[in-house]
Write a protein that binds this ligand. Structure first.
Ligand code: NAD
Length: 507
């Protein structure tokens, strides 16, 4: 295994990782990885062939036979080395991430750090994977549980967090004793591969972690492969529903984290300065391409008067390439994404929304070909409009107005998505009512993007998630392990047998 091997073949096509080797794909089909600020082609992503997908799964299956018996401490030490390597390489990988994804350098570092936190959490798997023990459940009988790894697990990841989301998946899966096949986003797999190479350098043995690239064909092949036991997906609702159904029909354990429409509810007693700053950051940061971005503002009562100030604040944000110092809003991922966002803004206008700030047609000097959309604010939005019903996934904030907290809660609960929500208020009673009544899996109280740290789990709900268990934290240990219950009795040599017992009672 060569941990310093190039991640790219001679023609700049990113390699696969199979059985500890970075190998050039034999794929005929490949797609460009494009810098969203410049349109420069950075490399190419292959679409792995069926043989290559089979080889990756076979390598993971073979490695599972020994990896599952590797002592806990050995697995944890690999994670300890991995977290140190990620820290050492953080600025370098952040630069790769910004080039291929577009987000600012500071945000790229944040992307890696949020993933790093999961690796740090994986270092404590010794306690996370503990079973339970009950002595004397019947006379001389003990019952205990083992949390055993399940086999070959698959991860399919989106473009918007090419560091954090792969790191949600493979560290926890393999530290629990499983082997893994990762299918990164075809749009920006370069920083993901940098992290994968660090995992090998940290000591992940050949076959324990594999990577195949591609799109639908590769995803479908993994979801239907007879040797795959579990699939973790993060991405859009359409694809996530397809993956959940397909993998489920083929008997896999599946979790699918999907699209969102996250509301920020502003009460008139909120801390105005904090609220407006938080809203602008959460709506327009990362060019609105966060699954937890605040994409809908709900102004309650008199707080509607703050809308012009919010627009002013949005106007001050600096739009530029992510590598440029002081940038607040970088480009969106692709020309296609930009066109879709602009088209949705136009649909809002034609459906009667008020365009309070228009980010279309932005020109950034030096980056004239970049996929830039500036912060956009639409007021007078109604729940029937496309800009409200569809996930926009760009720097667009749609604003609604209601009279009471109860109206706001009813509005949020009527929306099918349940990823994240925030309430801004100085009233403990209002916040407590909100947290109790709101039907959304992740709630922020004066916190605009309430992504839980890895000691908890990511707990999106309703239309934003399929499957019971979250992608990291305590819940994912359940996802990546099978609980085996053992009921045991041991006899002293001199105990006299009581004869045949034909009942089901333990005595
Ligand atoms: P996407 O669904 O287009 O792609 C996700 C993955 O699925 C990629 O690896 C892609 O190659 C693969 N894929 C694409 N089309 C496919 C198809 N037809 N069949 C099978 N696989 C296919 O998502 P994206 O555009 O990369 O990411 C943005 C989306 O992800 C947004 O909807 C966002 O809300 C969501 N997201 C959700 C969370 C969450 O935790 N809920 C986190 C991040 C992103």
């Amino acid at each position: 295994m060569n941990t310093t091997a190039s991640l790219y073949a001679a023609d700049q096509t990113i390699r696969l990782l199979i059985n500890g080797e970075f190998v050039a794909s034999q794929a005929a089909e490949r797609r460009p990885i494009v810098n969203p600020a410049t349109q420069q082609v950075l490399a190419h992503t292959p679409c792995a062939t069926p043989d290559e997908v089979n080889a990756a799964v076979a390598s993971a299956k073979a490695a599972f036979a020994t990896w599952r018996h590797t002592p806990l401490a050995a697995r944890m030490r690999i994670m300890l080395r991995l977290q140190a390597l990620i820290r050492e390489n953080l600025p370098r990988i952040a630069r790769v991430l910004t080039e291929e994804q577009g987000k600012t350098l500071a945000d790229a570092e944040g992307d890696i750090i949020r993933g790093l936190e999961v690796v740090e959490h994986a270092c404590s798997v010794g306690t996370l994977q503990l079973g339970e023990f009950a002595e004397n459940v019947a006379g001389g009988v003990d019952t205990y549980t083992l949390r055993q790894p399940i086999g070959v697990c698959v991860g399919i990841t989106p473009f918007n967090f090419p560091a954090m989301i792969p790191l949600w998946m493979f560290p926890m899966a393999i530290v629990c004793g499983n082997t893994f096949v990762l299918k990164p986003s075809e749009q920006d797999p370069m920083s993901t591969m940098e992290l994968v190479r660090l995992a090998l350098e940290a000591g992940v043995p050949p076959g324990v972690l594999n990577v195949v690239h591609g799109g639908k064909e590769v995803v479908d092949a993994l979801c239907t492969h007879p040797d795959v036991v579990a699939v973790s997906f993060v991405g859009s609702t359409t694809v996530g529903t397809h993956v959940y159904n397909l993998a489920g029909q083929h008997g896999k354990r599946v979790q699918s984290m999907m699209g969102a429409k996250n509301h920020a509810v502003v009460l008139p007693d909120a801390h105005k300065e904090h609220t407006l700053n938080a809203l602008a950051g959460a709506a327009f940061g990362a060019a609105g391409q966060r699954c937890m971005a605040a994409s809908v503002a709900v102004f309650v009562g008199e707080s509607r008067q703050w809308l012009p100030e919010l627009v002013q604040r949005a106007k001050t944000l600096k739009i530029n390439a992510g590598v440029e110092p002081g940038t607040d809003v970088g480009p969106v991922i692709s020309a296609h994404a930009k066109a879709r966002i602009e088209q949705l803004i136009a649909s809002g206008v034609s459906e009667g929304a008020q365009l309070l700030l228009d980010g279309r047609g932005i020109q950034v000097p030096g980056y004239e070909h970049g996929n830039f959309v500036g912060p956009t604010v639409l007021g007078d939005v109604k729940t029937t409009m496309r800009i409200y019903t569809e996930e926009i996934f760009g720097p667009v904030l749609v604003c609604l107005e209601v009279d009471t907290l109860a109206d706001a809660i009813a509005l949020v609960n009527a929306n099918p998505y349940g990823n994240g929500v925030a309430v801004f208020t100085q009233s403990g009673a209002a916040a407590r009512c909100f947290q109790s009544e709101i039907d959304v899996g992740q709630v922020g109280i004066n916190v605009p993007i309430p992504v839980p740290v890895p000691t908890f789990s990511f707990t999106g709900s309703r239309g934003s998630k399929l499957g019971d268990l979250g992608p990291y934290g305590k819940q994912v240990v359940q996802f990546y392990t099978q609980t085996k219950t053992v009921t045991a009795r041991w006899f002293d040599d001199d105990v006299v047998s009581t004869g045949v017992n034909t009942t089901i009672n333990l005595k």
